[in-house]
Design a protein around this ligand. Structure first.
Ligand SMILES: [Mn+2]
Length: 419
């Protein structure tokens, strides 16, 4: 990919420099240093999800695009290609058992050679595994049967062990537990059993790990989810211990929820664990981050930057690619996230605070809009270029012929494990 990146960047260099100069000059007028924005964006990285390197699907069907990674190693190859283009996907988030490595130490070395690290591990107690002698049909950590709860805890312990060998530092537990029918289970009892299970898992974690709880209001449980909202997630984190924190999956909220305020509250409580970035219109649509609501993404980054610096939390993408080439979708998502970060860095904080103090909503909003409408694309492109990546990653990916080469190597009907 390197030579394609260099060739493409050389072709775009003069235009890029002119665009960069123009944006930088615009920002100076409002007291924003373009160099500082570029520095922060260049340092930023968002983990790629291993389950999103293949085609997703819906319950109505799946339309594979060909050349999908067949193994975890091939998924890491794809992420290395992605990172060569974006310079901002330096880690992978694995999902067990979809990515169960037979030799984690060898996998770690394989990834390190490609400069890819292991971000948070994800456990899976929401579907039955082939040959397993337990069934999660009626729940995992919330199950009424102590044997089932034990099996779910053991699975999480196993994921921690694999993650240790890979150099990961966190475990994300998303639970499908809940009910589909009123009266099916005790809402209180389910919560208490989940808390007990998470406390057990927490006790098995290395001291430098974080346990992440991830909430979701509905699906697959359609009457009640045990961890339905950020309030429950925060209750659990408080009850579990200091190294427990809450993941905000942008699609896991009821319609019209003010997600940026959720982010602000969790950050204030010291329990913002990180993000699963995606976008949605109706529910947990898992669309490309920032493709539908880029302004919301910008407002989220404004909240993250409110204390002055970007918090060191787990930034991960969680998307499903039903129509686009998965790598192309991840390129777009990463770009949109970097764009939102750059726009938020362009907010004139003093002017905003001044407008807030004077009770001037029109003035305050104008400050935000000015930043949001700044064409920060040259700043993000420059951050990529400085990281040795592509000024135009999508165009470069297409010109590289990567997918065609992978179809030839892996086959037209190769299928990635995952969603
Ligand atoms: Mn998620």
């Amino acid at each position: 990919m390197r030579e394609h990146v260099d060739a493409s960047n050389e072709r775009l260099r003069a235009w890029h420099e002119a665009d960069l100069e123009h944006t930088s000059a615009q920002l100076v007028r409002h007291g924003i240093d373009a160099g500082e924005v570029i520095d922060v964006v260049a340092r930023f990285s968002v983990a790629a999800p291993s389950w999103a390197l293949g085609t997703g699907g819906t319950r109505f069907g799946r339309f594979p695009g060909g050349g999908e990674p067949r193994t975890t190693e091939e998924k890491i190859d794809d992420i290395a290609a992605l990172n060569a283009l974006t310079g901002a996907n330096r880690s992978v988030s694995l999902h067990i058992p979809w990515d169960d490595p037979s030799d984690p130490t060898a996998l770690r070395a394989f990834a390190a050679e490609r400069q890819i690290a292991f971000d948070c591990m994800n456990s899976n107690t929401f579907q039955d595994q082939p040959g397993a002698d337990v069934s999660y049909k009626f729940g995992s950590l919330a199950h009424t049967d102590p044997g089932m709860r034990k099996a779910a805890i053991e699975h999480n312990r196993y994921v921690i062990e694999v993650g240790r060998a890979l150099g990961s530092r966190g475990l994300v537990v998303w639970l499908a537990d809940g009910t589909n029918h009123p009266g099916q289970a005790s809402l209180r009892g389910q919560y208490e059993r989940v808390l007990e299970g998470l406390q057990d898992i927490y006790a098995s974690m290395p001291q430098d790990w974080t346990l992440y709880t991830e909430h979701k209001p509905y699906e697959p449980a359609f009457y009640s989810s045990v961890v339905a909202d950020w309030g429950t997630s925060l209750m659990l984190a408080h009850a579990i211990g200091e190294r427990a924190a809450c993941i905000v999956d942008l699609g896991h909220h009821l319609p019209n929820t003010n997600v940026e305020q959720v982010v602000s509250r969790l950050l204030m409580a010291g329990r913002l664990g990180g993000f699963h970035f995606n976008d949605s219109v109706y529910g947990d649509d898992d669309l490309t981050t920032g493709s539908v609501t880029p302004y919301r993404l910008f407002l989220i980054f404004c909240e993250l930057l409110e204390p002055g610096t970007l918090p060191d939390v787990a930034y991960m993408i969680d998307q499903s690619h039903n129509l686009k080439d998965p790598i192309e979708d991840l390129i777009g998502a990463t770009d949109n996230i970097q764009m939102a970060l750059a726009q938020a860095l362009c907010v004139d904080r003093d002017a905003l605070q001044d407008a807030q103090e004077r009770n001037d909503p029109a003035g305050a909003e104008a400050v935000l809009q000015r930043a949001f409408r700044t064409d920060v694309r040259p700043l993000v492109a420059e951050a990529r270029r400085r990281n040795g990546a592509a000024i135009d990653p999508l165009d470069t990916f297409r010109a590289s012929g990567y997918r065609a080469a992978k179809i030839a190597e892996r086959g037209e009907d190769a299928t990635a494990t995952g969603l």
